[in-house]
Write a protein that binds this ligand. Sequence first.
Ligand SMILES: Nc1ncnc2c1ncn2[C@@H]1O[C@H](COP(=O)(O)OP(=O)(O)OP(=O)(O)O)[C@@H](O)[C@H]1O
Ligand SMILES: [Mg+2]
Length: 248
Amino acid sequence: MSDRSPTDSTPVLEFRNVDTHYGTVQILHDVSITIAPGELVCLLGGNASGKTTTLRTILGMVEPTAGAVLIDGQDMQGLTTAQRVAQGVSMVPENRRLFKRMSVRENLEIGAYLRKDDEKEADLEHIFTMFPRVKERLNQTSGTLSGGEQQMVAVGRALMSRPRVLLMDEPSMGLAPILVAQNFAIIEQINAAGTAVFVVEQNASMALSIADRGYVLQSGRIVLSDTAEALKADPRMREAYLGEIPDA
Ligand SMILES: Nc1ncnc2c1ncn2[C@@H]1O[C@H](COP(=O)(O)OP(=O)(O)OP(=O)(O)O)[C@@H](O)[C@H]1O
Ligand SMILES: [Mg+2]
């Protein structure tokens, strides 16, 4: 759990009955999600179920057409992505999205661009402790790194803004199984140090092996939500993935 005592009952992130459209097409339907400080929560769902759209809605890359997104109890309506990052969220995007022609160091420094304090070097050292390989590659062009190394840099970059909730979009995607396992071990470690994590995944068994709780999206609607233990045992998980839960 985190050490933020005064507002510990306030969710660090909340979706209240959110609808999101792209143009006239409705993608999210009445989605409600809460994440308490220090929690590790996963959002599961098959292809095109709306997982990335949920993260884009948190960051204000698309505004909800109904409902509200709150960070630390504060309504984010009208705030830019940068303002939301300053409020305490940051994302490791799908496929990592590094600035491939820039060095590893430059990518990490971009993650801290909103910060004015002088503790960036200390945070870099912390990231090097977590990922010694990143330190070895510091001056290398990011595009020349392996997929696993790029994932480490992307996680490091997101941590450089000191998020209270870290958003991760499909951390298992495109990585060999051994790297997926390492990646999830790192997510657990970040969470154990007090940062809430919201991990979006198609790989349900992997995500549920580390999460406290999970939500399942089907065609933009939450059709199941429960503790990770209960979801692992729920036969409806399969139907949810296949888009077969009726009236969802
Ligand atoms: N910018 C956009 N404009 C219009 N439609 C979009 C846009 N981005 C996504 N969509 C549509 O929204 C739906 C949900 O997409 P989203 O990317 O949120 O799903 P996802 O669960 O992340 O899928 P995946 O597992 O493929 O990453 C899809 O039908 C997709 O085609
Ligand atoms: Mg996606």
